[in-house]
Design a protein around this ligand. Sequence first.
Ligand SMILES: Nc1ncnc2c1ncn2[C@@H]1O[C@H](COP(=O)(O)OP(=O)(O)OP(=O)(O)O)[C@@H](O)[C@H]1O
Ligand SMILES: [Mg+2]
Length: 323
Amino acid sequence: MHVIELVQIEKHFQGQAVVHPLSLSIKEGEFLTLLGPSGCGKTTILRMIAGFEQPTKGQVWLAGQNVTEMPPNKRDLNLVFQHYALFPHMTVEDNIAFGLKMKKMPRQLIKERVDEAVAMTQLTPLRERFPHQLSGGQQQRVAIARAIANKPKVLLLDEPLGALDLQLRKNLKSELKHLQRTLGITFVYVTHDQEEAMMLSDRIVIMNHGRVEQIGTPREIYAKPQTLFAATFVGENNVFSSPEGLFAVRPEKLIPQRESGARKSGVIEDVQYLGSVHKLLVQLDDEPMKVTIALDISDDHPWEVGERVGVNWNTKDEVIIGP
Ligand SMILES: Nc1ncnc2c1ncn2[C@@H]1O[C@H](COP(=O)(O)OP(=O)(O)OP(=O)(O)O)[C@@H](O)[C@H]1O
Ligand SMILES: [Mg+2]
């Protein structure tokens, strides 16, 4: 059985469609990510699953039950908001316990749940502190601990790492994945960061302007993007047109050559060293387009800016992305 089933849900605001009809089934224990640029409807979809927003059309099913009309507090899920809010006058543990107290859970059980949640999010030494005595990352962990203390079947996370700096994001990313695996909770995760989506997810839903562009595993999405948007939004790509339509070739599949007879040719505009790989940016002859070639560093005759280069690839590495 699927934990979440969205059946042709759509959302209009003031007559304007912001989510076009969307059907999606999410498995128990799955880490599913909604990925797309700002304004594409990610938060709106989460809010419809949580019940804070009523779909204009369609149905939301949770664990085999139609919950479309059910208020948020009756649904067995928790939402960690894009802009999380802790109660400033409550300690970490009181913040985490708040929802459980509201549910009138026995005190002993609340204590157990809080102990477990602070341990999992590595907040045990900070449990007596107030939010203003915590860093942004620690506050975010409290928001996550508060959600997992409820032991929901489903956790909805709306850009939970959005407000954090790069290093904190990195640390929390691995923690989140680990947490999700250990708890076996179904995660529906929202981000506009493709790297985050690729690293965390079992499956990714790529959204653009309220529509699904593609649904697939990170591997499928990288290797077989189905639309121009999917091909260029996730990872770098080179898109070529042919009489049959568009196709894409990833930078690491392009082969630079000094001999003549390549499929394309051009001039190297830039050489970028990025640790284990380096990239050539090539301006093609007779075409406005530039291509990126990724090479490993073990190149005994390095390419130089201004040099002429032939650009080749194997036909098997062309990914057809439609007309
Ligand atoms: N209550 C509302 N009334 C009118 N329009 C709304 C409302 N809520 C959202 N929208 C519009 O719906 C569209 C989708 O918004 P949504 O918040 O779902 O986007 P998002 O993908 O979460 O973006 P971001 O990455 O910036 O958070 C936007 O164009 C937004 O302006
Ligand atoms: Mg949003």
